[in-house]
Design a binder for this molecule. Structure first.
Ligand code: GLP
Length: 241
């Protein structure tokens, strides 16, 4: 695992956007796995700026989703499908055909999970998967104690994660309890994992993930098992390393 410490979130976003641009120049139809939350926004802004400036042609890039709330209508502004379309797909000038994600509205949720897990493989696998980290060490929505071999499946959110994500909703009550997430085993199949963490609120989770033992209690520690994992942290998030 490579750990890169950058001065701030903007620098982290720029560094990772350049890594994505380098991938896309080499492989124009790369499958880019994206994460939601506040942390990756500087990456998407920096990447969109490179596309607008003509530094990279991302017109054939494909985008796939890491996780999704269960039960929010697809058009809900906080469904991750809506978030990814708004924050990644549209700013890159792509259309919805370039995007794939799990169906959080399916009647048979586990069948939707299995279908998405298969679809990722059929699409050739994820070339670069972006990840954030939850304050409890989760990646995607793999909460602590998720199996390190898990596949895409339905999970129940912890109270802490629901509270962390309540800022995107009008109240805590509106945050769904259930989600679909790529499993840790699924995530580990991506060719390159890039985790960005910024702010001192992530310092404990980063220290456990990077320097602690590989343990289901800290899902992000699974990155230690991956042959090509990069963890980019700002100085605040690196504070406990
Ligand atoms: C959610 C997402 C994760 C993300 C995490 C942290 O739980 N499912 O993919 O990493 O939030 O979000 P933030 O970057 O806003 O702290």
């Amino acid at each position: 695992m490579e750990v890169v410490i950058v001065p701030d979130a903007t620098a982290g976003g720029e560094l990772i956007a350049e890594a994505i641009a380098t991938l896309v120049r080499r492989k124009p139809d790369a499958l880019l796995g994206v994460a939601t939350g506040s942390t990756p926004l500087p990456i998407y802004q920096a990447l969109a700026a490179k596309v607008r400036a003509g530094e990279v042609d991302a017109s054939r890039t494909r985008i796939c989703q890491l996780d999704e709330y269960v039960g929010l209508p697809a058009g809900h502004p906080e469904s991750y499908r809506s978030v990814v379309l708004r924050e990644v797909v549209e700013p890159l000038g792509l259309d919805e055909g370039a995007f794939m994600g799990p169906d959080g509205t399916a009647e048979d949720v586990q069948a939707a999970c299995d279908a998405y897990d298969r679809a990722l493989g059929e699409a050739g696998g994820v070339d670069l998967q972006l990840l954030g980290i939850g304050t409890d060490g989760h990646i995607g929505f793999n909460e602590p104690c998720s199996s390190l071999a898990s596949r895409t499946r339905i999970k129940t959110l912890t109270r802490q994660t629901r509270e962390d994500n309540a800022r995107f909703f009008d109240s805590l009550d509106e945050v769904p309890h259930h989600v679909i997430t790529q499993g840790i085993g699924t995530i580990l199949e991506a060719r390159h994992l890039v985790l960005l963490a910024t702010g001192e609120g992530k310092a404990d989770a980063v220290a456990h993930a990077v320097e602690g033992p590989v343990a289901a209690l800290v899902p992000a520690s699974a990155l230690q098992l991956h042959p090509h994992a990069t963890v980019v942290v700002d100085e605040a998030a690196a504070g406990k390393l």
